[in-house]
Design a protein around this ligand. Structure first.
Ligand code: SAH
Length: 197
């Protein structure tokens, strides 16, 4: 499937019903997901995929559309219910499994070809991104991870493995205030590919 077609298909993925700020729940856009997954496909990284903090499934579902077998893990039961519905909608239920669990104590065996993730940036819980990076390197040979702009030096220093690719992108984050006012802010991010050490 070509990148453009993947992005269009992923527009059908429903997001969080009620995003929980303490879990830093914000979706990866269909456009960014298709870009990240297309790069993974070009690098022949997509085989067995684990999506850490899968939310409503954007990254694991996109990988499935490209032919991969995916497992998504998230702590949030409500997000996982939406993810299961999204899998049915996209007709990839046979290729995706969703598991409830904490990335800090993953209920999965290692041996995945690739981990994909848009982890918490650590704005609410300092160090949350580190837990995700450690878990990803433990269970997968290659990691694609989305971080705040300017995180390259930190991530390169933190991981055991080697960063081989990086590109810039944006994600939209909803800020909800009192009286149901809402502001959508575009946040610059960077996507990294890491070969686990
Ligand atoms: N991967 C999705 C969601 C990204 S938001 C997407 O790209 O659209 C980050 C997700 O990580 C949320 O769904 C949140 O519930 C989950 N999360 C945060 N901390 C977690 C933890 N310790 N273990 C598992 N999931 C966690």
């Amino acid at each position: 499937m070509r990148r453009r077609k993947l992005a269009i298909a992923l527009e059908a993925v429903d997001g969080f019903t009620e995003p929980r700020p303490e879990l830093e729940q914000y979706e990866t856009s269909a456009e960014l997901a298709s870009r990240l997954l297309h790069l993974a496909d070009q690098n022949d990284d997509l085989g067995s995929v684990v999506d850490l903090g899968c939310g409503t499934g954007m990254l694991s579902l996109g990988a499935a559309l490209l032919g991969a077998d995916s497992v998504g893990v998230d702590v949030d039961r409500d997000a996982l219910s939406v993810a299961v519905e999204n899998a049915g909608e996209l007709d990839v239920d046979g290729q995706v499994e969703f598991v409830r669990g904490d990335v800090g104590a993953l209920p999965l065996e290692a041996g995945f070809d690739v981990a994909v993730m848009n982890p918490p940036f650590g704005a609410q819980d300092r160090g949350a991104d580190r837990v995700f990076l450690e878990a990803a390197e433990d269970v997968a040979d290659v990691v694609y991870s989305i971080h705040n702009e300017g995180s390259m030096e930190f991530v390169e220093g933190f991981v055991d493995g080697e960063m081989t690719h990086a590109f810039e992108a944006e994600i939209s984050i909803d800020h909800r205030f009192e009286f149901h006012e809402e502001e959508v802010r575009s946040v610059p991010v960077e996507v990294y590919r890491i070969e686990s050490g």
